[in-house]
Write a protein that binds this ligand. Structure first.
Ligand code: ADP
Ligand code: MG
Ligand code: MG
Length: 919
């Protein structure tokens, strides 16, 4: 938009940049929309304050400070200290306390918070401001020395870990602070942290400080200002720690975003039996059911609930424990859902019966829950159907289609007493694999292709690489909101958490299960049912999901399948808004039937060569390849004709008049012959030809670069009888099915065309055969002849090719190979670092269309093709047709359809709908 001249001429007054945003202390500067600047946590703390919810006052140091910090060799912008001091004064004033004051000390938490939530990735410090003087003030004020020393020892522990770096030094070492704490409990003969008295806790404070001095050679800072800036520096520093970097990589979060720092007045859940802390979701994050879902612990602080050191109680139990606080919380739940129109994830603390809100954010959920919540919220009139579609990621549908344990095999495992334990059903699905006890081993084994189950006492952010590599995750401690559960749900991993019967021995690389004799060692198979929480010894085969059983296996009716019904509802909405049609790549009648069940509107790619590997077909195919004259080749082709025709008849019958694109023979011929001597001898014997002839033929067919060799339309040009036979099989099948009263719509597709003459010559053959067949059979039907656009010359001369072709289908696998000059089969060595390390391509170009390169060629081809034939049908049949980002690009290009594997059809339908909504 053009600005008025006068304004542009006058430079804006130079205001000091704003680094700090207050909340809760009489003034709130931020709001939920300001996540880029305040991070998710800061923005939502501000929003909750605005909603009038009880949020302890504080302030947010913006992400711009983080960016500045890293751009200037880890230095803060000028004036930051003065701004922080001023913001802190506001909080002091609001609460009538002073930071560092020995009589009425203000204690704060220093919390990280990036734009996208990174659960557990960054470090938080609680109870900051405590020292040997202020702890006395806290005691006098609260009359509760145990509480004061509990807070103090937590602070020293967190500060020692996060700021001063006293952490376990090897993957088998336990946290040194925890070791000291355990030792103290052993000395006092107690089992719970809460049973340690004030004196024991006071001793621990001293011991912790000594430990820090000994191991780190630094003195624990008593000065609250020094503590504060140490903590702020640590939060900014944690943006670049390994686990944060790994998390960003996995989730595609740019490094440039930076984190904010939140400094907030403390409230205390550890003040005794009338205090506590908890986390909750406004709906069940696993199933999506509209119930208040969460966990709490009385007399506990912060991380206790998530850390899994004590097993928390379900939120419903709070009603009995503290009805007033529970009532307030239920109201907050309603307020938040009505305001955000989303399922929210909240953190709260109860201090002596009074509720405080410490965090809220949109809750992570399983795919099941995402769909259920989206559909329910439409019915509750909280959101529109378009919103519902925007809220389900297409790839989440994968989780719905994923296998579950085979029922018979599970019963058998049960009868064999292999059900050894039960934990919390934290991440639904079925997983079976070999046990590993740490993340590194999970990664190594998974790389070599083994399915693994990562077993940990509890997981921490250091484990995410291993969690990502594992099929499933099993933990001994922690609840439904533990780190393991949270991260697993987000990754879509199977997870059983808090399985308390496990007795894990990291050093021995083995575990026992309470009350059972057997020992499970590293490398042994176990199976996890993340939907029930069951843990089995050994392998259990898996079976189809509910959606697949309704649609494909037909072993369930929709009435018996609630998950299916939600899926069907969402898909109905998707089909209403999408413009792109969705077809499937399928070569056989049964695959076509599956494709239709998943909503395919046609076949976008039938690879005829796959048929040749079927029963009884490979022999005549080989005969054809070994033929020494045209006559011999025709004889072999004559044997193939009825076999191909029968296959096509099956497909046409299933497809019931939907378009079916059949591609003529594409791969190099040597793919049909064995390359080892034993195999070649077998072929020779079977076909009654000398072994030498087979070997010579294989040698003659050898190519240095088969991808660019004798394949595609080149085969049909040199051996026109092959195309002739295939065209005849297609059209005879079409005629027969048509005569049986079923509509047909064949589309013959010529592969690897770079020059219009290639297509013209092949099209000529196909048209002649079509005319012949229609005359012979006395029936007429419509058919199309088109081509794949899969080499750059074809794309660049699309206007010429469009003179002959009636449709284009982008073969983006080959188009990517030829445009990038990268052979997919040889890319293994460099493509991974190309993407993840050098960041040359943002994503794997074989998974997501490289819009700038391959995409440009597609655009050129589409424009030039339609310049000649404005209504020309355009589609895509490469692997990319099932990738949501690529589907969106196809929508933008104005293609008519995408085609993908049958199981990705629902994903493509949803992606197409979302692309239409975004456009
Ligand atoms: P994370 O991002 O890892 O969840 P948080 O900053 O939310 O870290 O803090 C960790 C824990 O400490 C949470 O349980 C949170 O509720 C609690 N906490 C943070 N700030 C305060 C505070 N000012 N008073 C009481 N508890 C707090
Ligand atoms: Mg939190
Ligand atoms: Mg190809």
């Amino acid at each position: 938009m053009a600005r008025p001249q006068a304004k542009a001429a006058r430079p804006a007054p130079r205001r000091a940049p704003r680094y700090i945003y207050a909340f809760g202390a009489g003034r709130t500067d931020g709001r939920a929309k300001m996540k880029d600047l305040l991070g998710g946590k800061g923005a939502n703390l501000a929003e909750m304050s605005r909603l009038g919810l009880p949020v302890p006052p504080g302030f947010t140091i913006s992400t711009e400070v983080c960016t500045h910090y890293y751009a200037h060799g880890r230095a803060y912008p000028a004036g930051l200290r003065a701004h922080v001091a001023e913001a802190l004064r506001r909080v002091e004033k609001a609460l009538g306390r002073r930071f560092g004051d020995a009589a009425r000390p203000l204690l704060v938490s220093v919390r990280s918070g990036a734009r996208a939530s990174m659960p557990g990735m960054m470090d938080t410090i609680l109870n900051l401001g405590l020292n040997d003087a202020t702890v006395e003030g806290l005691i006098r004020e609260s009359g509760n020395p145990r509480f004061a020393y509990d807070s103090y020892r937590r602070f020293v522990q967190m500060y020692g870990d996060v700021v001063l770096g006293l952490k376990p030094e090897s993957k088998d070492e336990e946290d040194p602070f925890e070791v000291a704490l355990q030792e103290k409990k052993r000395q006092r003969g107690v089992t719970l942290d809460t049973e340690l008295d004030a004196e024991a806790l006071r001793e621990l404070v001293g011991e912790f400080k000594a430990l820090i001095k000994m191991r780190k050679d630094v003195v624990f800072p008593e000065d609250p200002q020094e503590q504060l800036w140490g903590a702020i520096g640590a939060v900014f520093g944690s943006w670049m720690n390994d686990r944060a970097i790994t998390y960003r990589k996995i989730n595609g979060i740019p490094e440039t975003w930076g984190t904010a720092v939140n400094v907030q007045a403390m409230v205390f859940g550890n003040m005794g039996a009338d205090s506590g802390t908890g986390v909750a979701f406004t709906r069940d994050p696993a199933s999506g059911e509209n119930v208040f879902y969460g966990e709490f612990l009385m007399n506990a602080q912060g991380e206790d609930v998530v850390a899994g050191t004590r097993t928390p109680l379900p939120i419903a139990a709070l009603e009995a424990e503290n009805p007033t606080a529970y009532g307030q919380l239920v109201k907050v739940r309603r307020t938040l859902e009505q305001h955000y129109r989303e399922m929210m994830d909240i953190e709260f603390t109860i201090q002596q019966g009074e509720l405080f809100m410490l965090q809220c954010r949109v809750g992570k959920r399983t795919a099941f829950a995402a769909i259920r919540i989206a559909v329910d919220m439409v019915r509750e009139r909280l959101i529109s159907t378009d919103d519902a579609l925007r809220r389900v990621e297409p790839d989440q549908l994968n989780q719905l289609l994923r296998p579950i344990f085979d029922v018979a095999a599970t019963r058998k495992a049960f009868e064999e007493k292999r059900l050894v334990a039960r934990g919390l059903n934290a991440g639904p699905g079925a997983a079976t694999g070999r046990v590993v006890f740490n993340a590194d081993d999970a990664i190594t084994r998974a790389k070599s292709g083994e399915p693994v189950i990562l077993v940990r006492i509890e997981t921490s952010p250091e484990d995410i690489g291993g969690m990502n590599a594992a099929q499933g995750i099993l933990t001994a401690r922690g609840g439904m909101t533990s780190h393991a559960a949270l991260v697993a749900r987000q990754m879509g991993k199977v997870c059983v958490a808090g399985c308390e019967a496990l007795v894990i021995d990291y050093r021995g690389r083995r575990m026992r299960i309470a009350d059972r004799p057997e020992i499970v060692r590293e490398g042994d198979f176990i199976s996890l049912d993340g939907t029930t929480g069951d843990v089995y010894r050994g392998e259990i085969p898996t079976t189809a999901s509910e959606v697949v059983r309704v649609l494909v296996d037909r072993t369930l009716t929709p009435e018996q399948a609630p998950v299916y019904r939600l899926y069907a509802q969402l898909m109905k909405w998707a089909d209403k808004v999408r413009r792109l049609r969705v077809r499937a790549n399928a070569d056989q009648a049964d695959q076509c039937a599956n494709a239709i069940a998943f909503g395919a509107e046609g076949v976008g790619l039938c690879r005829t060569e796959h048929m040749f590997f079927g029963e009884g077909k490979i022999e005549p195919m080989r005969e054809m390849i070994l033929a020494e004259s045209v006559a011999e080749r025709r004889a072999a082709l004559a044997k193939l004709l009825p076999l191909q025709r029968a296959d096509f008849e099956g497909i046409f019958r299933v497809m019931q008049g939907r378009p079916v694109t059949v591609r003529t023979l594409d791969p190099p011929l040597h793919e049909f012959l064995p390359h080892d001597e034993a195999g070649q001898r077998e072929v020779a014997a079977g076909l009654r030809v000398p072994f030498e002839r087979v070997r010579e033929r294989v040698q003659a067919l050898h190519e240095f670069n088969p991808m660019l060799g004798f394949r595609g339309c080149r085969l049909g040009l040199v051996h026109p009888e092959i195309t002739e036979m295939q065209a005849r099989a297609i059209f005879e099948a079409a005629a027969n099915v048509r005569q049986a009263g079923v509509a047909v719509e064949p589309e013959v597709m010529i592969p690897l065309v770079g020059h219009v003459k290639e297509l013209a010559m092949q099209a000529d053959i196909v048209r002649h055969v079509a005319e012949d067949v229609m005359r012979e059979k006395g029936v007429r039907f419509r058919y199309l002849i088109g081509t794949m656009i899969e080499i750059p010359r074809g794309a660049l001369t699309a206007d010429e090719i469009a003179g002959v072709a009636e449709f284009f289908s982008f073969g983006t696998n080959d188009l990517t190979q030829t445009t990038l000059g990268v052979s997919r089969d040889d890319a293994g060595r460099f493509l991974v670092p190309y993407v993840s390390e050098f960041e040359i391509y943002e994503r794997d170009p074989f998974q997501t269309i490289d819009r700038d390169g391959v995409g440009s060629l597609m655009r050129v081809a589409a424009e030039r093709g339609r310049g000649v034939k404005p209504k020309m049908k355009l589609g895509i049949c490469g692997e990319h047709g099932g990738d949501p980002a690529s589907v969106e690009f196809c929508h933008q290009l104005g293609l008519d359809y995408v085609s993908c594997s049958p199981f990705r059809v629902p994903i493509a339908r949803l992606a197409a709908a979302r692309a239409a909504l975004r456009a």
